[in-house]
Design a protein around this ligand. Structure first.
Ligand code: ADP
Ligand code: ZN
Ligand code: ZN
Length: 786
């Protein structure tokens, strides 16, 4: 008898285990029951949807312990094609154990965008299956029929004539005919009847314009047409590689050829040509019959980035990111599943698309925080990629100008990790000089202005000769807020433990965590004082101040544009792209933005980069604050002087002596690490320990506190049982953001030596733990910040 392990598609917090069902010999429906399928199974008094994660043939004597053969129920039927294969199932199981996350949440990573079939309650006691709202869509195409050549419509058959004329220029969709000529169904029917045209259904690839002349080629075997007709791309030529690039490429090719899942860290300064290395490494992988998966931080997944890959690999490139619609993502997913896509470029979730025969996994900007998912399963794409590669023999390429301390550490410890350095820019241009401006000295500490004398002069010089400037406002922990000068009152969000951000435009107070908004008060709600001061500098305020400054320099009619890029101006679809195009098209212009402008931008006429406030994240209670500060300065400096024109960088700070700032200004990573690593060792932080952050949250503060404390005791005794030397379970404390959307949040930090398997040690405890009713618990293994 065949037994299947089924994970039910029901949201849960527990570490859910699979259920066992029998695979019936003759399941209803056309789809056989296979690993990866969604199936309908009996569950209690109803039916439920689940996913098959394993199938085994068992004879009665070999049945798993505690399983009563007579109690095993059969699967009702399969309701989808397989979403994943056995490797996918193994990966989901590994993710669940590694990140102590519900297995259902891990399996869900592998299902198609747009959803899976689910059971919905139709009326009392009756459930029915609902197909996902997003799925394949077909277009009706008009193509020439056998009688097309030589056909002459009658004189007064105007629509027929129009259709035939349009068809001469190439095949087209019925929808296009309707758009052009109005109702055409009668004319089409007639033409079809005469064999002049045929109507064909073809799969639509949403998100890709399909001009008639560039429609997808006919599928060879009449099977599904999954070939995307991308927008026309400009084929790009391969430049001869620099010495460093050639060395990196050779290391990657060799790692791939060994098929042992090795990692190559391409540690190359901004503009050193890392992307060119990826492109040629992918080309080699494709030539060897493999496919390649390229991960890029969501924010740098721009049309330009995609164009670089399409320019080399054409229509075999699939793209996957969250700004695409569900339909577009579904079509790309299905294109990958069909096997026609050979290269996938996407955000971290692209790892879980059904791409087969992967020979290369590239993670660009490896140090980026966005590779860590912040909901269950809280995985890190780097670690998942390394696990996948170990299993399949693929090579992993990590690229960065500022590699994470974790990656550098792994290179120093693990012989399967290789470190290749590209110390120079591919075009031979020097990196721009970085000048640190000590704001405390600049104005004797009492300045009103956000802009130092040095930065004002530099702006005047560069913009004056028609060059561009990029100004970075380090926004984390530095939004603008209201403060009562009489009593010190700061308006806070009623649902979150955070001050409200003041927005000049509209005179609003907004919570950036939950979206709560209110009109800014004109007098203090606490003491009635009218002296409310705007504190800090949101991007809007900096923009206003900069406007005054530029008008003073060049006159009000000079029109030096300021392009502001922050969470507010980039929320609309395509807004990010439009702002960048606006900046590119201008002559002298300033791009003012938050972290999102620090990476990936490549404008040759940017000669000045200014960091308005380099030190604001240094003060955040986060063990990575220094590393983030160092990375940010190096990354944003890389936006200057990329082409012929030399660039310069000014870093404004009140902490001019801080090691990450001094070291970044000299591009001296060794100096930074000499300062940072001993601190990490002393304080017990990665890479010298492994950490788990156990999160506890709920609406009722006393129950949350109680649950956190009892969880702490449970963990402490579990760790004692495990007998771990050098383990610690820190006392339960409220999170830094202690209240969020009306929810109270506590956490417990567990630390252990790097050699120990943190997840395996905690797994039995969390498997046994009974969930509380009003309190939620989740584990974050290797948390990104703390
Ligand atoms: P990175 O990804 O390291 O920031 P890119 O791959 O974007 O660098 O390369 C920076 C610039 O140098 C690009 O304009 C690219 O076309 C160019 N480039 C890359 N490799 C070479 C090369 N070998 N010869 C000439 N130009 C190159
Ligand atoms: Zn007051
Ligand atoms: Zn809020």
């Amino acid at each position: 008898m065949k037994l299947a392990s089924i994970i039910l598609d029901i949201p849960t917090q527990a570490l859910d285990a699979p259920y066992t069902y029998a695979v019936p010999d003759d399941a209803g429906g056309d789809q056989p029951i296979e690993v990866g399928c969604a199936v309908v199974v009996p569950f209690g008094h109803r039916q439920a949807v689940g996913f098959v994660i394993g199938i085994e043939e068992r004879i009665a004597e070999e049945w798993p312990d505690g399983l009563d053969p007579s109690k095993i129920k059969p699967i009702a039927r399969a309701v989808s094609r397989p979403y994943f294969d056995e490797e996918g199932a193994a990966c989901a199981q590994w993710l669940s154990e590694r990140y102590l996350a519900p297995l259902s949440s891990c399996v869900r990573l592998f299902t198609p965008p747009g959803g899976v079939p689910r059971m919905v309650r139709a009326n009392a006691g009756y459930w029915r299956l609902e197909e996902p709202a997003v799925g394949e869509v077909d277009d009706r195409w008009v193509v020439p029929g056998p009688a097309f050549d030589g056909f002459e419509p009658r004189k007064n058959a105007v629509k027929q004539a129009s259709i035939v004329a349009a068809l001469r220029a190439g095949e087209l969709r019925v929808a296009e005919l309707v758009a052009e000529f109005g109702a055409v169904s009668v004319a089409l029917k007639t033409l079809e009847g005469k064999g002049v045209v045929r109507i064909e259904r073809r799969r639509r690839m949403r998100g890709f314009a399909v001009p008639p002349a560039r429609r997808p080629p006919e599928p060879a075997d009449g099977a599904e047409s999954a070939q995307p007709a991308g927008p026309s791309f400009i084929p790009s030529r391969k430049p001869p590689l620099t010495e460093g690039q050639a060395e990196a490429l050779a290391a990657i090719d060799a790692a791939r050829a060994r098929e042992t899942g090795e990692v190559v860290l391409v540690d190359g300064v901004t503009g050193s040509g890392k992307t060119e290395v990826y492109l040629q490494a992918i080309e080699a992988a494709l030539a060897a019959g493999h496919t390649a998966c390229v991960l890029v931080p969501e924010i740098s997944l721009t049309p330009q980035t995609v164009a670089r890959f399409r320019g080399r690999f054409g229509d075999t490139v699939a793209v996957m990111h969250s700004r695409m619609s569900a339909g577009e993502r579904f079509d790309q997913w299905d294109f990958i599943r069909s096997g026609a896509a050979r290269v996938v470029v996407g955000a971290r979730s692209a790892l879980f698309t059904p791409l087969r025969d992967v020979g290369l996994i590239v993670i660009d900007e490896e140090h980026e925080g966005s590779y860590k998912q912040d909901s269950a399963p809280r995985y890190h794409a780097r670690d998942v990629a390394v696990w996948m590669a170990r299993r399949s023999g693929a090579a992993v390429v990590l690229g960065s100008a500022t590699p994470s301390i974790e990656a550098l550490y792994a290179c120093s410890q693990d012989p399967a990790w290789h470190h290749v350095v590209l110390p120079e820019r591919a075009n031979g241009r020097p990196l721009p000089a970085i000048q640190v401006v000590d704001m405390a000295k600049e104005f004797g500490g009492g300045s009103r202005s956000m802009f130092s004398h040095a930065l004002v002069c530099a702006l005047a010089e560069e913009l004056g000769v028609g060059h561009k400037a990029v100004l970075l406002l380090n926004q984390r922990g530095f939004a603008s807020f209201l403060l009562c000068r009489e009593c010190g009152f700061v308006p806070e969000c009623p649902s979150c433990s955070t001050s409200l951000t003041f927005h000049e435009r509209g005179n609003f107070l907004i919570c950036h965590h939950c979206g709560y908004r209110e009109v800014a008060p004109s007098v203090c709600p606490e003491c009635g004082s009218p002296y409310l001061k705007k504190f800090g500098a949101g991007t809007q305020r900096v923009e206003a101040e900069l406007r005054v400054l530029l008008d003073g320099m060049f006159g009000t009619d000079s029109g030096v544009p300021i392009v502001r890029m922050d969470a507010d101006t980039t929320s609309g679809k395509g807004a990010h792209q439009r702002l960048l195009e606006e900046f590119a098209a201008a002559d002298a212009a300033v791009l003012l933005g938050t972290q999102m402008i620090a990476k990936g931008l490549d404008f040759e006429d940017v000669t000045l980069v200014g960091v308005v406030n380099a030190d604001t994240i240094l003060k955040l209670p986060d063990y990575r604050a220094a590393e983030r500060t160092f990375d940010l300065i190096e990354q944003v400096a890389g936006r200057a002087g990329r082409a012929e024109l030399p660039g310069r960088v000014l870093v404004q700070t009140y902490e001019a002596d801080a090691a990450p700032i001094r070291a970044a200004a000299r591009y001296d990573r060794a100096l930074f690490l000499r300062d940072e690593l001993p601190k990490r060792r002393l304080m017990g932080y990665p890479p010298y320990v492994r950490m788990a952050n156990v999160l506890v949250w709920g609406k009722d503060e006393p129950s949350v506190r109680l649950a956190a404390c009892s969880l702490h005791d449970g963990l402490a005794s579990a760790v004692r049982d495990f007998g771990g030397d050098g383990w610690s379970v820190l006392p339960a404390t409220p999170c830094v953001l202690a209240k969020l959307r009306g929810t109270y949040r506590w956490h417990i930090v567990v630390k252990c030596p790097v050699e120990d398997d943190l997840s395996r040690a905690l797994l039995p405890f969390f498997r046994k733990r009974k969930p509380e009713r009003d309190v939620n618990v989740a584990v974050d293994i290797d948390p990104d910040d703390l």
